[in-house]
Design a binder for this molecule. Sequence first.
Ligand SMILES: [Zn+2]
Length: 344
Amino acid sequence: MKQKLEALKIEALAKLQEVADPQALNDLRVKYLGKKGELTEVLRGMGGLSAEERPVIGQVVNDVRGAIEEIITAKQEAFQQQETQNRLQAEKVDVTLPGRSMAQGGIHPLTRVVQEIEDIFIGMGYRVAEGPEVETDYYNFEALNLPKNHPARDMQDSFYLTDDLLMRTQTSPVQIRTMQGMKGEAPVKIICPGKVFRRDDDDATHSFQFHQVEGLVIGRNIRMSDLKGTLQQFVQEMFGPHTGIRLRPSFFPFTEPSVEVDVSCFKCGGDGCRLCKQTGWLEILGAGMVHPKVLEMGGYDPAEFSGFAFGMGVERIAMLKYGIDDIRNFYNNDMSFVKQFKGV
Ligand SMILES: [Zn+2]
């Protein structure tokens, strides 16, 4: 029996020594030490031993068990260490690697100028109104005192989609829509920023699409002096406190009288420079008192109400303000151009 135990011990230790993973180790533990294990099997046979033999064999059994348990414990620890090592290796983070930076966007210069204009007029109690870019002939022309065959329609070569639908050539239709929506209520104080479209060949200063901001005020006793005061206030906030304005007679079908509004050059202060072509003035706005026919189309009685309107090109203002010499820069998505305005 003693020999059997020694053989068992040698076999068990050899197998345990070669064991490669925790599952195999556990299988061997059950094989030798389990309830139905080989060592237990030997112990069962001890009943047939003599009283002298029993303690001797008992001692051998304990030795064998001890040796097997010892190697199992050592193997378990080794496996655990290996596992920890593997996990640390897998979760390893190299804190010295450079970080990934998030690309931060900037606001497009046209959007920036529109927001600036909006802020100034909102500060004066205006609200922002918007309308569709595809318009009917009625809203784009007729209601603005431009009946069919009116010669001034030629000033605005248009993109017609059907006989009656076109890409709006100005943001003025929003003024008519707003007036009609007010159903004769006053005052009206709105600005209408938006994209407009004209059949034009693109070059450094022309584009088939551009942006306008128009303004409209309607109420009782609205006078030309109110228009002038409003625009004076606007240009001072937009271009600096020393900016002046100059009104020149002009013609628009939807205003009477009509004026072109020049602002004193904000670069040279009026002395004359390249930006203002040595005149000291920059042409920036068109304006006038709302034509009585337009008031009527909008649902207001010209005998009781009056109003003024003005409009400006956003691209022109942005070009003057930021010294941009080609309008196409705004649209061709050249990142090196757009990035210059980050944080301006
Ligand atoms: Zn100048």
